[in-house]
Design a protein around this ligand. Sequence first.
Ligand SMILES: C[S@@+](CC[C@H](N)C(=O)[O-])C[C@H]1O[C@@H](n2cnc3c(N)ncnc32)[C@H](O)[C@@H]1O
Length: 281
Amino acid sequence: MLSYRHAFHAGNHADVLKHSVLMLVLDYITQKDKPFLYVDTHSGAGMYDLHNGWADKNREYETGIGRIWQQPSQNWPEGMQTYLRAIRDLNSDGDLREYPGSPWLAQFMLREQDKARLFELHRNEYQNLNALFSRYKQIHTEERDGFQALSAVLPPVERRAVILIDPSYEVKADYQNVVQAVKTAHKKFATGVYLIWYPVVNRKWATKLERDFTDSGMRNILLAELAIRADAEEAGMTASGMIVINPPWQLADSLKVVLPFLQKELAEEGGGFRLEQLVAE
Ligand SMILES: C[S@@+](CC[C@H](N)C(=O)[O-])C[C@H]1O[C@@H](n2cnc3c(N)ncnc32)[C@H](O)[C@@H]1O
């Protein structure tokens, strides 16, 4: 029984990091005219109403996207311009009412020649996702286990793909499932850009995940992590990160500017960031 609802967390610091990296990657991928496939294994609902329902309970967005989106755009790093312009387009009257999920952000970047495959297992979330994209011919949604579906859609006919794997980690098995799913997918399609999000709720679990990727045999792996606070024993997410396999070559340089900006705007005393090439090309 799945109980996680992304709406509680929409627009928080982890979403800002995840979606900044995603949009940077999509920016680089769309510099070439050749088509690509976007795959989102854990899509969520696709769009979140910040003023009603779950998002309004803890208002996590206030200490995430809420701190950044209305700053003058000259303050934003070059590498965050596309992402933040998308948020402004959505909330054009100046009131932050809606926050997009990863599928909507990807859709914002798709061109005529590109396609998307979106997977979501939770019935209600899936219904919202499907309703959001039902009129888009290029976008195909499925109520299905994203870990299992991933290998079935690879290798893509487009021969280029950006794959976001964003589990909720509400079950601890997700830490193993994510590594296994990526290894299997990578065997079928070694040149895809794989983006794997992870939380730091317990540093030991995050370190184990990182080690599993480092030891996986896959090459060219970059890690970008943003800590809002120092690691702590108490419950709660202190940091989150993205593991990127086959990152576009410009990504690390852009993140050298984006991560310090996010630390300055979002982190408390004791926070920080990491940007590390875990495995060389
Ligand atoms: C962190 S949320 C996704 C957020 C979304 N990627 C975004 O950035 O806007 C994780 C989602 O995965 C769904 N989920 C959990 N297990 C799944 C599975 N095995 N396959 C597909 N979806 C799953 C949950 O219902 C939840 O909506």
